[in-house]
Design a protein around this ligand. Structure first.
Ligand code: EZ4
Ligand code: CO
Length: 402
């Protein structure tokens, strides 16, 4: 069964998505997500110009060999653009393999290790009062875990806090929006937020918080200590993670668990974090970390060191990525949590899928393959719109982490 055609589909049903559709000589096809928020066309060109020509005529059943061919064959290893492109190929080939076998992909990965995939939703609001209402919405929907973000008094706007509720999109303008940041205001405010949420919702609801890489290790250590009484499931991306050993300092000071990895693209980005047990959850996901094959490798390494998965699942990861993530989440032994931001109706219509939410869990489709598709005709009605992620400046004008 040879690869006969591979199409790169760029569409914007409320936000941009890049999808690779691989069609085989027997007519079976598979889909893979290649969306890189704010840099979509770089991956589309990488696929179109450099990967698609190399795929035509290859044996579609050789997933691992194709992965190694694309990774080693580029000579230029790693990086989000390369790894998202490879991820799309890998994901599409797993989809094809499942369809050919007549099995959902999680069965090919060893079968289910749990009944469902526990997900967390995003509660965000400007004020503490309003965020309590948002958390209640998720609790009413059956969620067992909620990420809580609020505005910070003294700052005009904050990343991760929007006017939209169940839907939220940080890439809000063609060129990056500029926000203002103050670590002092932030560290002063966060403990009070979690005191109120814990007080209102009791001890068992899982609570999470995303720091979006804005602190230094010692500041993150202070944050972790200050929220210890409220028993968070994790603080996410406390510091930028290029310096993996920086996490040691956080670790030495707090028992608040740490999650990191949504911007990682290979196992090398988290090797030290995992093997030195500097983190508790690894947040790499299918689309940005080389597909199902490579992400599984990361999770297997993590399993040796008591690190669990906590995959990124924001709206800029398409339903194709979400479907693939759910199959892997269901199969691995060390699953922790899966992020789940709901897509808009327009996105769901372009990507018909069989996964569904019930009682705080997502369940992958039982259809052969990934159980997700792309409606190419509908996709063509939504042309690409440039959209970038915002940046932050400190109050004195210094450029800061987003
Ligand atoms: O900033 O997906 O945990 N989720 C997040 C997201 C990310 C966006 C980046 O594209 O931090 O909101
Ligand atoms: Co995040």
């Amino acid at each position: 069964m040879k690869i006969a055609d591979a199409r790169v589909i760029v569409t914007c049903p409320d936000r941009n998505f890049v999808t690779l559709k691989i069609v085989t000589s027997s007519g079976v096809y598979g889909v893979g997500d290649a969306t890189l928020n704010g840099r979509e066309l770089a991956v589309a060109a990488y696929l179109q110009e450099h990967v698609v020509p190399a795929l035509i005529g290859r044996d579609a059943s050789r997933i691992e060999d194709t992965w190694q061919y694309l990774y080693r064959g580029a000579y230029w290893r790693r990086g989000p653009v390369t790894m998202s492109a490879i991820a799309a190929v890998d994901t599409a080939l797993w989809d094809i393999k499942g369809k050919v076998a007549g099995l959902p992909v999680y069965q090919l990965l060893g079968g289910r290790s749990r009944e469902g995939v526990t997900v967390y939703g995003h509660a965000n609001a400007d004020t503490v009062e309003d965020v309590l209402t948002e958390v209640a919405t998720y609790v009413d929907l059956g969620y067992q875990a909620v990420r809580v973000q609020t505005g910070v008094p003294g700052l005009a706007s904050t990343y991760g806090v929007s006017k939209d509720r169940l839907f939220y999109e940080p890439a809000d303008s063609a060129l990056p929006t500029e926000n203002t940041w103050s670590t002092a205001h932030y560290l002063d405010h966060v403990p009070e937020v979690f005191a109120r949420v814990r007080d209102e919702f009791g001890p068992t609801l899982k609570l999470l918080h995303d720091v979006h890489h804005r602190l230094t290790p010692i500041e993150a250590a202070r944050l972790g200590k200050s929220v210890e009484p409220y028993n968070l499931t994790w603080i996410e991306d406390p510091v930028p993670a290029e310096l993996q050993e920086g996490f040691r300092l956080i670790r030495q000071h707090t028992t608040t668990p740490i999650a990191v990895g949504e911007v990682f693209n290979t196992i090398w980005d988290c090797q030290q974090l995992i093997t030195e047990q500097l983190i508790d959850y690894i947040r790499a996901t299918v689309v940005h970390a080389g597909g199902i094959s490579h992400l599984r490798r990361i999770f297997d390494l993590a399993n040796l060191y008591h690190v669990r998965s906590g995959s990124h699942g924001a709206t800029d990861l398409s339903p194709v990525c979400m479907a693939a993530a759910l199959h892997l989440d269901l199969a691995i032994p060390n699953f922790g949590l899966q992020e789940y931001m709901r897509h808009t109706e327009a996105t769901d219509a372009v990507f018909p899928h069989g996964y569904h939410f019930a009682d705080g869990y997502l369940h992958p489709s039982e259809a052969p393959g990934l159980g997700v598709d792309i409606d190419e005709e509908l996709a063509a009605r939504y042309p690409y719109r440039p959209a970038a992620l915002p940046v932050n400046r400190l109050q004195d004008g210094t450029m800061h982490s987003w």
